[in-house]
Design a protein around this ligand. Sequence first.
Ligand SMILES: [Zn+2]
Length: 455
Amino acid sequence: MNENLTKEDKYLSVDTILFNANVYTSQKIVEAGIAIDNGRIIKIAKETNLPQASARLNMNGCLVLPGLIDSHVHLRDQQLAYREDFITGTAAAAAGGITTVIDMPNNKPLTMDSQSLRERMQLAEKRILVNVAFNSVPPHRTEEISQIVSEGAVGFKLYLLQQIGGVNIDNENALKRAFEAIAETKVPIAVHAEDKTLLEEAKKEIQKAGRNDVEAFLEAHPPDAEVKAIKRVTKLAQNSGASAHICHVSSAAGLKTIQKAKGPNVNLTCEVTPHHLFLTAQCVKKQGNIALMLPPLRTKSDTEALWKALRQGLIDTVASDHAPHSMEEKTAQSIWDVKPGIAGLETLLPLMLTEVNKNRLTIAELVRLTSENPAEIFHIKDRGSLKEGCVADIVVVDIDRKYKIDASLFESKAKFSPFDGWKVKGKPVKTFVNGQLVMDEGRITSKPGTGRIIR
Ligand SMILES: [Zn+2]
């Protein structure tokens, strides 16, 4: 290549130009076009300053945002493929404007050592439409932690509500050792913060009374259990220097605990889900087991506290906790057998855009919570913002589009949602992953394999 050529000259013709767009870049929205070549953003500029392109796509004045990074997704597959698989799960992400997901490890088999992680990555490789990064549970042996990270895990997921994975959560020293080893690798520990002992105590009392109702389930997961687990994690993070990320904070009491704990001496971040922001326990009482999740839906004052914290910057990420189940699993006879969780990939962005339209949230806040911060927390390079040199992971949004959520049209195998029938305003209309158009007006336009494994 001629070394006298300027950077622009090298791209006399690029793969794709997105034109007639309102692009969110460098913290503001600008009327511009985007030049994409070889999967990366080459230039964001006025159209007259962009190079020639093989393909030119009209964005019709739509808002163009960085594709979302959803850091809490259960893609299932393997022995849980009846609930979701890599193809349907990542198609759901593409439909929802999400270009990267972080997969949770409570699979069958568990993702808990370098071998199980490698097998999962190999299976995923040719089947994913969006990018996928993986979490592992902490393994039996502390020595394996660095191997798992070398294999490519971007984080660990620790469940404190029940024993899932290798580390004995009843043994404080074992947990301490795991936190110390993870701290050395620099990857974060995402935590399901509900205290096992408190949950067991609460459940024993309730079951003794022979109760099998929705209220009983809610009472078996008191906010106290969230508070206790957050305190425990804070201490472990503080003493080890590890970064802890509290998943799906659900209660005002839990938030208050995080607010007190955050500071220069501890690396603590937290996540909230749309269902905890938008729904209360009333919804479970009305819709039944479909709306059962963990932590459970709380009161109106809890949702108000979550919104306030979101606006104040106390909450770092919004993630779906996409947790699909079969209808049989959601409608089990005994409330104690019902599987908690809902599909969330296809509702996260439209629900949040609706709030942008109500001026409850700015675009800048939305992008920070769903793209910039998750990229930073999980060390995902060159993604999460629209800048020259970054990978072209992009969602195109029609901010004025009104429609009704229809769960029967979900790409996910779980075709039900407590948000079914909700009227929303703001729709992801195109999703680009690594520069490729994977979703156009709700249609999947690309083949599995467009997404990459992020290590
Ligand atoms: Zn989860």
